[in-house]
Design a protein around this ligand. Sequence first.
Ligand code: SAM
Length: 256
Amino acid sequence: MSAWDGPSYDAVAMPQTAWGEEIVRRLVSELGGGRHASAAAVLDAGCGSGRVTATLLDGLPDATVVAGDPAESMRQQARVRLAPYGERVRVVDLDLEDDAMLGVNGGRPFDAVLSTGAFHWVRDHRAMYRRLAAVLRPGGALVAQCGGAGSVAEVREILDHLGVEWAHLNHYPSPDETAGWLRAAGFRDAWVWLTPEPVELGGREAAVEYLLAGVLAPYLAARRAAEQREIAEAVADRLAEPRIDFVRLNVLARRT
Ligand SMILES: C[S@@+](CC[C@H](N)C(=O)[O-])C[C@H]1O[C@@H](n2cnc3c(N)ncnc32)[C@H](O)[C@@H]1O
């Protein structure tokens, strides 16, 4: 199994989709409404299975969107979901950790970048924000949300007890360090803040499926399916409450 399985993630990503809808509303408002906003060129960085991308396309009916993700299975799922939008959207291989992303739109700058649930899977945020600034036009908007400081702390503590490594894959940043990276990358008017977003898991089986397809997927990718399920069950059983305490880091900024 690759780190992310598109169909499995798509089936459980209800919380992520609901959070994403709010981020899309912020982006539409940042673009200021009207015809100009509607016709914007937008990058969805780390688009996953495309659920939030579809909301973005609905919210900006004349916009063109490049939806990028490094996971082939996610891209395949996104292509299926986004097919009704035709030429308004292009699904591409995009890695926020690789300078190759600078050529993502054939060198043409974007009016805005949206990203939901992806940045905490990137380790070098300083370099990532530099790349994002480089693909935006001057004055272009960055509107994003990802896991922030303290997010899924209980799950990570349980993984430590179980001997499952996670730290090499994630960075859950604080608002202060993020604001510093944004300034260093050439963003201005940066707002960065945390919001607690606990998710109730709705029973043990639902919890196991959610953990397997979402939170734990990249940590368990190299293991056999049976072992992945055992670990997800062990995590679900050890949670003090049937709940995951997500903390989201929100980013609103303009390229200088
Ligand atoms: C939790 S999913 C979020 C997907 C979607 N944006 C959403 O809100 O439903 C995280 C996504 O981040 C992507 N991702 C992980 N590392 C990335 C990187 N270096 N560059 C871009 N995307 C990355 C994963 O492939 C995955 O699709």
